[in-house]
Write a protein that binds this ligand. Sequence first.
Ligand code: SF4
Ligand code: SF4
Length: 149
Amino acid sequence: MKKRFWENKQLSDFSRKEWELLCDGCGKCCLNKFQKTKKSPPVFTNVACRFLNIQKCKCKVYDERKNKKSDCLILSPKNIDQLVNWLPTSCSYRLIFEKKELPFWHHLNNNKNKNVHNTKNSVKNFAISEEYVDSTDMSNHMAKKINNT
Ligand code: SF4
Ligand code: SF4
């Protein structure tokens, strides 16, 4: 694997390993979202999918996620152009798709003292599992930090 492989390379040319490595592990894409109107951007809530391990910000059923949750969006180089607006603006895939740089805290930038959690860029400290939230109450769970980025 080339050093700093994500620079000057199309997402469609990433190997599977490179693609997986790009994810910053923030967990934001596993938060429930809703749209105010059909054309408006998604509004993120602080309510996480029941399959997200919130402390680790990792999917508990990653290899079988499509079977376990039919509306889980599986991002790939082939569909990112259609899904990009559903990703948080900090998402590494979105940043590279939009030809922007990865943040200083991204693990690929190898900043030993900074990471997605201690810079408060993951959902670890504010997400709540959907197991504990009434689905009709989502509008009371808007995640301001994500919606404002
Ligand atoms: S199934 Fe896994 S990857 Fe899909 S939304 Fe839930 S936690 Fe995220
Ligand atoms: S929002 Fe993007 S970078 Fe963050 S966990 Fe989801 S896919 Fe990975």
